[in-house]
Design a protein around this ligand. Structure first.
Ligand code: FAD
Length: 521
C-alpha cells in the first residue's frame, strides 16, 4: 500500500456550465472518474498522485463554502439529489443523497465508524472477500482517519441534548458511544446538513478534491455522464452532457476517451448508468440488493427549555443491539442529532394544524434520538422508460426490529427526564411514562405510508464478491464483465452494515485505487 502524503490544497478550480462556451467537448485522459463524492474524490487523488491524467465528471453543482447558506430548505434545493425529494416508490422513505462537487460528504453529518469486523469476516465467508480482512484494511482506515481528521469529539463539543441522552443511557443501563467525526475545530452550529460554511468539515470538497487537483486532476461540475463506453469487453470512456443547473438547458455534449473508467455515482445512479449502458449485468444483480438504513426519530419534550441548538450534530450513539440476531434478522443503532426546526418539523410529523404549532412552539424544550434500522438488502433500483424507481419497503421482520429500537430509544429519553416522547406516525402517538412504552409501541403496525422514514445511507446495488454469478464487482473493485471498469462507492457493499458507512467507503475506495494503480502502473 502506498503512503498517502498530503499535498497543500491549491483551492478548487472547477469548470461549471457557465464557463463552457463550446457545444461539443472531446477529451482523452488516463482515467475518467464519474462522481466526486466519497469514492470518486479518493480515486481522483490516488490515481492523479500516481501520475495519471484524471478527469472527474460531477453531475451536481459546485457549491463552495462562500456560496452555502445555513438554510436547510435552500441546500436541499441546490445540493441534494432530486432537490431533497428522492424517495422510494411508495413515497414513505425520503432517501437523501448529496448531488454536488464532493457528493454526500459535503452535506453529511461526518460521523465515522470503521467497518465492523463482523462484516469483514462475513464478507470473506459468504462473498469470498478474503482480501479485505481487518488486517488489510486497518492501514487504510488509519490513513484516511489521519487525512480527513477523523477524531473523537472533545467533551466541549457535546450538545445539551446529547448530555441528557448520556444521562438517559447511563440510567437505562445502555453503553454510551462517543462520536468520531471528520470535523476540524467544529463551530458547533449543527448545520452539517446544509454544508459547512466555514469549511471545518473535512469533506471531499476541501480535502481529496483539491489534493487531486494539485496533482493535475480536472473537475467538471454540472456534467452528467449518460453512458459508459466499451469495446471488446474493455471500458473505453464515457459520454456526458453539461447542463445549466439554473435553466435545465443543455450547454454541451462531452466525450472522454480513457482506458480506465471509475464509476462512483452512488448506489442509485451507478446501477442506473450500467443499465443505460447495457453493461456488467451477466449476474442479473445490477440494481438489486438495495438497503438504506431507514430511520425514525423520536422527539422528547422536557418541562424545562433544553435549547439543543449548539453542539456537534452527532455526539453520542448506542450500538448495543446493532448486529442482527442469530437468525440474521434486524438490529439497530441509536444516534443523537441536533436538527434544525425545518428538518425536525418535516421528518418527525408532530401532526398538522394546532398539534404541529403546539410542538413547534415548544421546540426549545425538545430533543431528538434517531433509531436507525439495520435493514436487509431487499430492495431494487430500476430504470425503465427514462424513469428511476427505488422499489423498497420496510418488511415485517425489519419493522419488528424498528419497534425494538424505538422501545430502547423511548426508555432512554424517559430516563433522561422527558415528560413526553412523540412517535412520528400519522396516528400521533405519545408516550408519557415507562408504563406506556410497550403497549404503545407494540400496537404499531407495519402499515404502508404510516411512518415518515428518512434514509441517509443507500447501499448495495452493485455488490462486490468473488462469484460472477451472484455479484457485479470482483474483489479488486473491477466489474466481473468489463475490464478496467471499476466501481468504488457505497454500491459495492455486499450487505447492509448497520453503522454509518462513509469511512467504509473511504477505506474501500483507497484500497481499490491501490489495486487500479497496481494493475495500471
Ligand atoms: C444528509 C446526509 C447525512 C449523512 N450523514 C452521514 C454520517 O454522519 N456518517 C456517515 O458515515 N455517512 C453519512 N452519510 C452517508 C455518506 O455521506 C455516504 O454513504 C457516502 O458519501 C457515499 O459515498 P458515494 O461515493 O457512494 O456517493 P456520494 O458521496 O453520494 O457521491 C456520488 C456523487 O456522484 C454524482 N453523480 C451521480 N450520478 C452521476 C452521473 N451520472 N454523472 C456524474 N456524476 C454523478 C452525485 O451528484 C454525487 O455527487 C450521510 C448522507 C447524507 C445525504
Amino acid at each position: 500500500m502506498t503512503e498517502h502524503v498530503q499535498v497543500q490544497a491549491q483551492g478548487l478550480n472547477v469548470v461549471e456550465a457557465v464557463n463552457v462556451t463550446q457545444t461539443q467537448m472531446d477529451f482523452t485522459a488516463d482515467a475518467v472518474v464519474i462522481g466526486s463524492g466519497a469514492g470518486g474524490a479518493i480515486a481522483a487523488y490516488e490515481l492523479a498522485k500516481s501520475g495519471k491524467s484524471v478527469i472527474v465528471l460531477e453531475a451536481g453543482r459546485y457549491v463552495p463554502a462562500e456560496r452555502m447558506t445555513e438554510m436547510t430548505a435552500v441546500s436541499l434545493g441546490t445540493m441534494y439529489a432530486d432537490h431533497g425529494g428522492q424517495a422510494n416508490s411508495q413515497g414513505d422513505i425520503t432517501i437523501l443523497q448529496g448531488a454536488c462537487v464532493g457528493g454526500s460528504t459535503v452535506v453529511n453529518a461526518a460521523l465515522c465508524f470503521r467497518t465492523p469486523d463482523h462484516y469483514l469476516r462475513l464478507w470473506a465467508e459468504e462473498f469470498g472477500l478474503t482480501n479485505i480482512s481487518t488486517e488489510v484494511l486497518t492501514p487504510y482506515f488509519e490513513t484516511v482517519e489521519r487525512n480527513i481528521w477523523i477524531t473523537q469529539n472533545e467533551a466541549w463539543e457535546s450538545s445539551p441534548g446529547a448530555e441528557l441522552i448520556k444521562q438517559g443511557m447511563e440510567a437505562a443501563g445502555n453503553p454510551i458511544g462517543h462520536a468520531k467525526r471528520n470535523v476540524k475545530d467544529c463551530a458547533l452550529t449543527g448545520f452539517c446538513f446544509a454544508g459547512c460554511k466555514t469549511n471545518r468539515k473535512q469533506s471531499m470538497l476541501v480535502t481529496y478534491l483539491p489534493w487531486a487537483q494539485a496533482y493535475g486532476a480536472e473537475i467538471y461540475a454540472d456534467t452528467r455522464v449518460n453512458e459508459i463506453l466499451s469495446e471488446n469487453g474493455q471500458a473505453t470512456g464515457v459520454t456526458a452532457e453539461v447542463i445549466n443547473p439554473d435553466t435545465g438547458e443543455k450547454v454541451a455534449d462531452m466525450t472522454v476517451t480513457a482506458p480506465i473508467v471509475v464509476l462512483a455515482a452512488g448506489p442509485i445512479q451507478s446501477p442506473i448508468l450500467l443499465m443505460k449502458s447495457g453493461l456488467a449485468n451477466s449476474s442479473g444483480q445490477v440494481g438489486k440488493n438495495f438497503a438504506c438504513h431507514p430511520s425514525l426519530s423520536l422527539t422528547a419534550e422536557f418541562d424545562e427549555e433544553v435549547n439543543d441548538t449548539v453542539g456537534a450534530t452527532h455526539s453520542v450513539y448506542m450500538d448495543e443491539f446493532v448486529l442482527p440476531d442469530e437468525n440474521g434478522v434486524g438490529g439497530f443503532i441509536l444516534l443523537n442529532a441536533i436538527e434544525q426546526p425545518v428538518l425536525a418539523g418535516a421528518s418527525q410529523n408532530p401532526g398538522t394544524g394546532r398539534p404541529y404549532v403546539n410542538l413547534m412552539e415548544r421546540f426549545a424544550n425538545t430533543i431528538r434520538l434517531i433509531t436507525l434500522l439495520h435493514d436487509k438488502n431487499s430492495g431494487e433500483v430500476t430504470y425503465e422508460n427514462g424513469m428511476k424507481s427505488i422499489n423498497y419497503t420496510v418488511d415485517d421482520e425489519d419493522f419488528e426490529s424498528m419497534k425494538e429500537g424505538l422501545k430502547v430509544n423511548a426508555r432512554i429519553l424517559l430516563a433522561a427526564g422527558a415528560s413526553k416522547v412523540y412517535i412520528p406516525t400519522t396516528l400521533s402517538r405519545v408516550i408519557e411514562s415507562e408504563a406506556d412504552v410497550d403497549p404503545v409501541i407494540d400496537a404499531l403496525q407495519n402499515e404502508r405510508s404510516r411512518y415518515p422514514y428518512t434514509s441517509f445511507h443507500p447501499q448495495g446495488t452493485l455488490r462486490m464478491g468473488a462469484d460472477p454469478a451472484t455479484t457485479v464487482v470482483n474483489p479488486m473493485g473491477e466489474t466481473h464483465d468489463v475490464r478496467n471498469l471499476y466501481v468504488l462507492d457505497a454500491s459495492i457493499l455486499p450487505t447492509s452494515i448497520g453503522y454509518n458507512p462513509s469511512e467504509t467507503v473511504y477505506a474501500l475506495a483507497s484500497y481499490i485505487s491501490d489495486q487500479i494503480n497496481a494493475a495500471h502502473p
